[in-house]
Design a protein around this ligand. Structure first.
Ligand code: M6R
Length: 369
């Protein structure tokens, strides 16, 4: 049932192009418009939304962080993302025109469920993004958009994450479309790019030999740092979470601009720093800032592992290891840049002789608060 792979995790990583395609299937009209029939909120309900909260835990929370950038950019509705375990304890301001989006692979995460119940008590509308049909979170929500990732067995979340991103993009584009913030042709242009991501991902997955070799090399590192900006920041956090969870190594993700406010003193001769570089197209300013952050850490002895868009030759000079990923628009880039980090963590854990699919102290679904 592992489909010839050594671990469920490797199989689930390889499943990702199909999982994305399945999550897109049936949700796009012939004219490239978003059709979300399972969302039982009316168009009028969605037009009335004046604030979005996304609540989730762990990897699903990182998907929410990426979604915030996309939703605010496309819809111009203020969007906040918060850890489910923190959300209700600070008494957030919610009412009928607040849309609360929960993101959960299992649909049974207690922290997320309690946040959802709190939101409903305050009369907010709740939309669940979930991978498990009929689980508690979608049952208690006003509406649900299922990710069609298929069952995820490995404790570390991989294909659920990428399909959650796709679901978030669809919701963002749908909101922008029905509120008239984006023209149909603008939505169609993004949709076209989304539809091409499974193929790009297949290409990327075929080019991971170097990452595997790098993993064997990094298995004795005492700490690995991850940096990124904009949507690359949650990708950095996700890369660090995977490494902690699977390889039991010290790993931390930072917003690259925060390094100089403290964490840069962690860097010593040879400290591996994984850097997620945004596409030079569109967001050139952010990219240039990340490149100068890479230079800063390198000047202090870091060994840089740079994930950058293929063809972006100018980063090569600062990369001890360069991992090129296919060209993708900035907001969609986490669908590519996350994947080498999943493989890196999985292979480092395997090289350390650890149980990749069932790391110590963890459960696939966390049903306690
Ligand atoms: O089932 P959920 O998406 O609600 O689970 C949330 C987290 O427990 C989960 O993403 C966890 O962080 C993963 N093990 C990370 O790989």
């Amino acid at each position: 049932e592992k489909g010839g792979y050594d671990y469920f995790m490797l199989k689930e990583i390889a499943d990702q192009p199909d999982a994305i395609a399945d999550t897109l299937l049936g949700r796009l009209s012939d004219r490239g418009e978003i059709v979300l029939d399972e969302v039982r909120l009316t168009d009028q309900d969605l037009r009335d939304v004046d604030k979005v909260f996304i609540v989730a835990c762990g990897t699903s929370y990182h998907a929410g962080m990426v979604a915030k950038y996309a939703i605010e950019h496309w819809t111009r509705i203020p969007c906040e993302v918060e850890l489910a375990s923190e959300f209700r304890y600070r008494d957030p301001i919610l009412d009928r025109s607040t849309l609360v989006i929960t993101i959960s692979q299992s649909g049974e995460t207690m922290d997320t469920l309690m946040a959802l119940r709190h939101a409903k008590e305050q009369k907010a509308r709740v939309l669940a993004i979930c991978n498990t049909n009929g689980s508690t979170i979608p049952r208690e929500s006003d509406a649900v958009l299922y990710t069609h990732g298929g069952p995820e067995i490995a404790v570390a979340s991989t294909k659920a994450f990428l399909t959650q991103l796709v679901a978030c993009y669809l919701i963002g584009l749908h909101l922008a479309q029905i509120r008239g913030v984006m023209y149909a042709d603008e939505v169609a242009a993004v949709v076209e790019k989304l539809q091409s991501t499974p193929d790009s991902l297949r290409t990327l997955l075929g080019q991971m030999e170097d990452v595997r070799a790098l993993a064997r090399d990094l298995k004795t590192a005492t700490t690995v740092l991850f940096i990124g900006r904009h949507v690359g920041y949650p990708v950095a956090l996700e890369g660090a979470l995977k490494l902690k969870e699977l390889a039991y190594m010290h790993a931390e993700g930072f917003a690259a601009g925060e390094l100089k406010h403290g964490p840069i003193s962690l860097i010593d001769e040879g400290t591996p720093v994984v850097c997620v570089v945004p596409s030079p197209a569109g967001r050139g300013v952010i990219r240039d800032k990340v490149v100068s952050n890479i230079q800063e850490v390198r000047a202090r002895g870091a060994r840089t592992i740079v994930i950058a868009e293929e063809g972006d030759e100018s980063v090569r000079a600062y990369a001890d290891h360069l991992i090129p990923v296919p060209k993708t628009p900035t907001l969609l880039a986490p669908l590519m840049t996350t994947v080498p980090l999943q493989i890196l963590a999985c292979e480092i854990a395997a090289a350390r002789g650890l149980d990749v699919d069932q790391p110590r102290n963890l459960a696939k679904s966390v049903t306690v608060e």
